[in-house]
Design a protein around this ligand. Sequence first.
Ligand code: APR
Length: 260
Amino acid sequence: MNDDLSTGVGQAAAIIAASRHVVALVGAGMSAESGIPTFRGKEGIWTKHGEPDLRDYDRFREDPKRWWEQRMNPSPAMSELVSALAEAVPNEGHFALKEMEDRGFLQAIITQNIDNMHQIAGSTRIIEIHGNRTKLRCTGCSNRWPLDEFPIAELPPSCPDCGGIVKGDTVMFGEPIPPDVLEECIAQASLCDCMLLIGTSAVVYPAAQFPVDVLRGGGALIEINPEDTPLSNVSQVVIREGSGTALPVLLARLKEAGEK
Ligand code: APR
């Protein structure tokens, strides 16, 4: 193990062990080692295919039937993402976070990823700020259903409870974050005295606001990312390593320190 990783992990473990409420803010980099491409950076999907414009959600609302028909024929950018998502399995980083939760070192995960990897790895306290690709959601009452438990008889499908239009749970560009989810994120950030920033470029809001709120509340930031981000300079610890490598090492160091 290189010295930087060992030093960084040692510092991070000391802060986590001394913290009351640790929250992980997770981005696409967390699932890069599961074969799911990130969005920005050299091989990023948006870098290659261009970032979707913010009118995605408006187009959905203008013609939800057409949106559903198009959902069945995804664009090249979305096809690349959809096929990678379909084949992906959790990596060592996901399993390390699950065990950190079990051992009381981690109180919640706020993920920007729609990939369901944390659930498959066994984590339980997960807040999906951008939704989950395996679910549908009513745009009226925010009811959610697993995709395979909601028979689609008509397009657009409507909610059996409120009659609202049902769409994929994934939050589109231009779509407001569902209020129930945003409330949970804000509550976790207000309790948090140590936030792990794992595999996020920290440029998309409102997710990128939570670390700033933690800092303002006197909390600590620990960044795990091979690349620099706008939060690197304000993080107490920066670990320039892939999360699939760094998180198992961090877990091992925390276990040496004993149960929380
Ligand atoms: N381990 C940790 N971090 C990694 C790894 C890895 N193995 N590989 C890449 N990274 C880092 C990159 O250096 C980059 O900083 O992950 C980050 C990925 O950044 P983005 O692609 O911008 O992803 P994210 O921050 O999750 O984007 C936020 O933007 O496009 C929207 O809805 C989409 O949820 C997404 C949001």
